[in-house]
Design a protein around this ligand. Sequence first.
Ligand code: MG
Ligand code: ZN
Length: 395
Amino acid sequence: MSKQTVIFILLLIALVLSAPLWYNSSEEDPLKPKQTGKTHETVFLTTPKGDEKATYVSNSHPQNVIFMIGDGMGLSQITAGSIAKQDGLALEKFRHIGLIKTYSTKLITDSAAGATAMATGSKTYNGAISMNVKQQNLKTILEYAEEDGWVSGVVTTATVTHATPACFYGHQPERRKVNRKLAAQFIAQDIEVLMGGGWTYFKDGPDGRDLIEEAQEKEYFVTNNIEQVGDYRPDKMLCLISPQLPPKVKERGNFLPLATKKSIEILDHPKAGFFLMVEGAQIDWRGHENKSSLLIEEMLDFDKAIAEALAFAEKDGNTLVIVTADHETGGYSINGGNKKTGEVKGKFTSDYHTATMVPVFAYGPGAESFTGVYDNTEIFFKLKHLMQVDKKNIQ
Ligand code: MG
Ligand code: ZN
């Protein structure tokens, strides 16, 4: 063996032995959780019906929670977005993933019962806004958080009084024709941020009140244009971008990612934790319309909002981000396309929702608690335990 060969072999051995020193696995996985629970535990909590309910949670407790709902966002909607985007969705960075069963008192849920289940832990009838089958109010996770001193916000690409957002702050026996009542219920609460459409429902109503004026009296910064807010950071903000339903993403532009970013900026307090709900509402609407390419545009817009939430959570280290859906819409499937061009050939089997399970993605302290297959109501119990907001019921 020549001298050079010996040196070469020795160098090779040194390189292999030192591998653990220079191979940094956190570089390969940029979203590796900074804080994870050491053990899991099964916790028994009392449901609003009085039943003992077992749920599986970790011992980590986040300071902030960003809860994101892609309305109608099933696996095909996500896959279509991934094919179209080509360089990977923000959603693909999550490492803790589960599946939820979305049924209400019917096999196929609507968005009101779906959001009620996740916000309050109760399965209810379609159309109910955080009320149970006896039409009694159910306390929401946001209301628990507010009562415990957290600050909170709700952001949506629907009207702010639409079923999904309303289920976090309002209570109504039937979702239709209650925009004004829900706007009044919002004003009666003390939620720091509300962004979406529905200016009309806050202006002068048949009850003789001007809820925009009342919001200003309660020290909300009120605007109809998120882009004009710039670097200004008010303590409370009401942003209503349209008189009624907000337009499609092509017309409303970057509203959702910007609103997500601005809400986090407003709610990120040194002294209080925050709970923020963000909804990509129009994935569902394009599913009802059976418009595959427009659905993908809404999916990608929602993914940009997810990227904003993740960027904050990664920097902060104490924020739990959950992304899920209330149900799948359209019985959507991908029957062809082209990975190179990002083309998707989508087909629909329905113009309504389906009963297919939907995914849950989790990142941050407590994320491990969201793996597995479980009912949508479990989300509430897991959050309530992780957030430690129910002082009376903490064991
Ligand atoms: Mg919705
Ligand atoms: Zn729908």
